[in-house]
Design a binder for this molecule. Structure first.
Ligand code: HEM
Length: 473
């Protein structure tokens, strides 16, 4: 008898969910009728072709490109349970990125929201976002970063010492390097040892869970990620407690936030203070937002340099001059590498490590003549913006000199634009400039496998991890 009642309850719940999903599909096809494109099958939408293209050599952009060819630069779809409008072009870019009058908010996956925590910068909007950003971006300013120069410089030299005459998977090396930099900067974690290993293991589980299904039962990726988050939070709790007692003073990011801004518990709102929850959620946010992006950028740059010997030669000139001017690399050298900065921009343009920016419409508005309704998910296709031949002549050509002149606003989005522009831009550029300086001064390298396929991850990275053979110059 009890089993029959239970079965009836399960069947009713499934039926209710099914009817709700069918109703949503019907309602969305009605409200989105003015937008070209297809919402695919009821419930699953176009998720299967989305996943299939995600794992294709060109990655998710082939899903977008095929539909742009059919429907134009604004089209609708339904993927991973979301009714979404894909957009591209400078008008869409300007409207979505300036977020004028709170028109849009960031649209993170459910798993991403849970893993980063409720007070992450990525979930805040308007004034709350502005305030939080001011507090956490302060230690990422150029002046505040100066004190980490020696650590990053020594770590780059030590990492590259290991490359001599060896076969290297650049993506793995770049990942280890950037995680060691950011974990030391944020909480003075030593680059080797048990703590670093535990930290890296937990971090990897968390950061790969963003596209996981939101099912939190033992064995699922989402469940593992939430466990990893809890272990990271415990670790941060213990470090914060030590800092408060003054037992373990360090000149790191955490110390500056604990001293200047943090207060215990949840407390009342205070404009210049973060709660402990905000502090921890946002440290996790910086780690996640800063790691894969820097890893991918560094790997693509090393790959593009090998594929473009004339650019590499010009870069050599810049770094030879730095070398002949003094004995070692200095902080002022790092802030004076104009050509290296153009190489970084051109690499981020061609590779576009964050292929689309996700937003949610906070009110009804128009883009390119189409009415966008409140609540819709919007994806700005950045790859097409970065490959628009009207802005970037011969867009597939790797040519850092395109950045000699000022570009049209919203046409280059390597670090984003507007109120959500990357707050880690200075740190990322410093890490890359230091690493590239030592690399090109010491070594030449050859790829061991030519392959342009990308990994099926949210951040675009070479699928083969870019294997190279390294030799001294
Ligand atoms: C080369 C490396 C990097 C690239 C290419 C990159 C790129 C970007 C882009 C394009 C955005 C805007 C996304 C959007 O508008 O939806 C962004 C935002 C963000 N980035 Fe970076 N980033 C890099 C490194 C870093 C680092 C090192 C950190 C932290 C230390 C960081 C932290 C963040 C955060 C917290 C946001 C969200 C800002 C907000 O919502 O207000 N990034 N990044």
């Amino acid at each position: 008898m009890e089993v029959t009642v239970l079965m009836l309850i399960v069947i009713s719940v499934v039926l209710i969910l099914l009817v709700r999903a069918l109703w949503q599909t019907w309602d969305s096809s009605r409200t989105m009728a003015g937008i070209p494109g297809s919402l695919g099958w009821p419930i699953v939408g176009e998720t299967f072709s989305f996943i299939a293209e995600f794992s294709s050599p060109a990655g998710i952009h082939s899903f977008i490109k095929k539909r742009q060819e059919r429907y134009g630069k604004v089209f609708k779809s339904s993927v991973l349970g979301r009714f979404t409008v894909f957009l591209t072009g400078s008008e869409a870019s300007k409207i979505l990125l300036t977020g004028k009058d709170g028109m849009v908010s960031l649209n993170l996956s459910y798993a991403g929201r849970q893993v980063l925590g409720p007070t992450s910068l990525l979930h805040q909007n308007g004034e709350a976002h502005k305030r939080l950003r001011r507090l956490i971006a302060e230690p990422l300013s150029i002046n505040a970063l100066k004190k980490y120069f020696n650590f990053i410089n020594s770590l780059a030299v030590e990492t590259l010492d290991q490359w001599h005459g060896r076969q290297i998977l650049v993506l793995e090396e770049a990942s280890t390097f950037s995680l060691k930099v950011i974990s030391n900067m944020i909480m003075s974690l030593e680059p080797t040892g048990e703590e670093q290993e535990k930290f890296r293991a937990n971090f990897k589980i968390m950061s790969t869970s963003f596209s996981a299904l939101p099912i939190k039962i033992p064995g699922t990726a989402f469940h593992r990620a939430m466990k990893a988050r809890n272990r990271m939070i415990e670790m941060l709790d213990s470090i914060i407690a030590q800092r408060r007692t003054g037992d373990n003073f360090q000149q790191d990011f955490l110390e500056s936030l604990v001293k200047k801004h943090s207060k215990d518990g949840y407390g009342e709102e205070d404009d210049d203070k973060l709660t402990d929850t905000q502090l921890k959620d946002n440290i996790l946010t910086l780690l996640v937002a800063g790691h894969d992006t820097t890893t991918a950028a560094l790997t693509w740059i090393i790959k593009f340099l090998e594929e473009n010997p004339a650019v590499l030669e010009r870069l050599h000139e810049e770094h030879r001059e730095i070398h002949s001017a003094g004995s070692g690399l200095t902080w002022s050298d790092v802030n004076n590498m104009p050509y290296t900065n153009k190489v970084i921009s051109e690499s981020l343009r061609i590779a576009t490590v964050i292929p689309w920016f996700s937003r949610k419409a906070a009110e009804d508005f128009k883009i390119d003549g189409y009415l966008i309704k409140k609540g819709w998910s919007l994806n700005l296709d950045v790859i097409s913006i970065h490959h628009d031949p009207e802005t970037f002549l011969d867009p597939l050509k790797f040519d850092p000199s395109r950045f000699d002149d000022k570009l049209k606003p919203y046409s280059y989005l390597g670090f984003g634009s507007g109120p959500r522009m990357c707050p880690g831009i200075n740190l990322a550029k410093i890490e890359i400039c230091i690493f590239i300086h030592h690399l090109v001064r010491r070594y030449k390298w050859k790829t061991l496998e030519k392959d342009n396929a990308v990994l099926p991850t949210l951040i675009r990275m070479p699928r083969n991890k870019y294997p190279i053979m390294v030799e001294p110059l």
